[in-house]
Design a protein around this ligand. Structure first.
Ligand code: 7PM
Length: 279
């Protein structure tokens, strides 16, 4: 499996790839203003690429569970300079993590290679913006809205219902003129799922192979690790690595993580086991 990217590039997904999370937020840096924020983002980006990330996911943080939406101009001001700086200085795949049509268009114009949308292009104008942008799009499942999604999620069968949602979103994308080859799918761990539902989704991850589309997963430091183990966010690395390993074994193509080096190591051991090591 491979993704076709802008500027005659491709991303080979025959072996699982690491997507590094690059948060560009006011609180991710003390209070340095534009320059310091850019500097810190570029440093983080360089580190993650050295550590083995193939993709950097750049988000203005509009999508946290329980969070308020970020105003459009603020999101643009946060992400566009970072995308441009990375594009000009580093050789990597840049993903824009947004649900807003205007951010998708501007980010791709600024050099983003793909769109990561936790709202699966359900926002106003997002289908059309993604179609016009012509880049790969990751469709993530979320039950409800970021503000309300952790209130009593209920499913008859979580995997079946999430797969059904995906079928509908894929159809909507095709209807909007997005090529099937441009789509990636993501179960949306933690987005409107209980602890038990998250682990059922992980257990049944093989079922996603029926789509024959690239599968992206994000479990890094999430409460499905923290609540299971009773650990704060700073102590969730081992559990997150277990999730990454299991997902890769069950067919995930892209693993979205905070801890790039540790995840790349785990995937290298898995790769040596599955495909052997040259003597
Ligand atoms: C607080 C809670 C902060 C949760 C951040 C988060 C995913 C994503 C996120 C995912 C894709 C996080 C999440 N999660 N995009 N964006 N898949 N495609 O842990 O699972 O980063 S936000």
């Amino acid at each position: 499996m491979q993704l076709t990217l802008p500027r005659q590039r491709t991303l080979d997904l025959a072996r699982p790839k690491v997507m590094g999370i690059l948060n560009v937020t006011p609180d991710s840096f003390s209070d340095g203003g534009q320059f310091e924020r850019l500097d810190s983002a570029l440093y983080q980006a360089e580190q993650m690429l050295q550590q083995g990330a193939a993709i950097l996911d750049i988000g203005g943080e509009s999508t946290r569970p329980g969070s308020e939406p970020v105003p459009l101009q603020q999101e643009l001001d946060r992400v566009l300079p970072v995308i441009e700086a990375i594009r000009n200085r580093l050789d990597c795949v840049v993903s824009i993590d947004t649900s807003k049509a205007a951010v998708m268009s501007a980010a791709v114009q600024a050099g983003a290679d793909m769109i990561n949308d936790v709202y699966a292009l359900r926002a106003d104008g997002a289908l059309a913006a993604a179609a016009a942008a012509g880049v790969p799009v990751c469709l993530m499942h979320m039950l409800g809205e970021p503000k309300t999604m952790q209130q009593q999620p209920e499913y008859r069968d979580v995997t079946a219902e999430v797969l059904d949602f995906m079928q509908q979103r894929v159809a909507a994308c095709l209807g909007a003129g997005i090529a099937r080859e441009q789509l990636l799918l993501d179960p949306g761990f933690g987005f409107g799922k209980t602890l038990a539902q998250n682990y059922q989704l992980l257990q049944q991850l093989e079922q996603w192979q029926a789509f024959q589309l690239p599968l992206l997963v994000g479990m890094s430091r999430k409460s499905m690790v923290g609540n299971l183990l009773g650990l704060p966010v700073t102590e969730r690395l081992a559990g997150s690595l277990a999730c990454a390993t299991i997902a890769a074994i069950k067919g995930a193509h892209i693993i979205r993580v905070h801890d790039v080096k540790a995840t790349a190591d785990v995937l290298a051991v898995l790769d040596a086991t599955l495909h052997g090591v040259e003597e």
